[in-house]
Design a protein around this ligand. Structure first.
Ligand SMILES: [Zn+2]
Ligand SMILES: [Zn+2]
Length: 195
């Protein structure tokens, strides 16, 4: 018996390793694993249909805490322009290091064996995921190109419209204002305003 720091309960106990068999530790462990599993499930949904988004530093820099490795890992993968959601988490959970730490964590904490396999991604899953990401990136780039073309067209049309509008204002307003100045000047301005 001696001082033992429990990273799940985030406290030092003096009951030694017998702490891990206690109700409070096992209860806390269940909560931690269920929360962790929620994130892994979300990631698993991305395997068949990866989501690519335009990178936004306020949204895509999230980290997640891996209890097994006691390590903070990037949740997404990004090149600064695009972000592939949950790709960081998926890649991490397919590494040998994560696999080893998970076995150790389960053994040390006497966690439910039935849950363990849910915290890994196999090499086959990773290969399929990579192939799907490649497709998703291709579609994303095409969509971005179309969007940029549409935006450019919109800006050109706006500019054309603005030029035509200015031209019509000059043609309509200037002769009136000069011709009837000063008495009708105010009416001339109002006329411009209502065009
Ligand atoms: Zn504990
Ligand atoms: Zn890990």
């Amino acid at each position: 018996m001696g001082a033992f720091y429990c990273s799940v309960c985030k406290q030092t106990t003096f009951s030694g390793k017998s702490h891990i068999f206690g109700k409070s530790h096992q209860g806390r462990l269940r909560v931690v694993l269920l929360k962790f599993l929620e994130k892994v499930k979300e990631a698993r949904r991305m395997l068949k249909k990866p989501q690519v988004e335009t990178f936004d530093c306020t949204q895509h820099n999230q980290k997640f805490w891996c209890y097994c490795c006691e390590l903070e890992v990037d949740r997404n993968v990004t090149d600064g322009n695009m972000a592939v959601l949950y790709a960081g988490l998926i890649e991490h959970m397919a590494t040998q290091e994560h696999r080893k730490s998970t076995h150790k964590f389960w053994w040390e904490n006497k966690a439910d064996q039935k849950l363990k396999d849910k915290f890994f991604f196999s090499n086959e899953e990773i290969d399929r995921f990579k192939a799907e990401v490649e497709k998703a990136l291709g579609t994303f780039v095409e969509k971005e190109d179309d969007f940029i073309k549409q935006e450019a067209e919109f800006i050109r049309n706006q500019e054309k419209h603005r030029q035509e509008f200015l031209k019509s204002l000059t043609e309509v307003c200037l002769p009136r204002m000069q011709w009837q100045y000063p008495r009708i000047k105010f009416t001339g301005l109002l006329f411009c305003f209502y065009i």
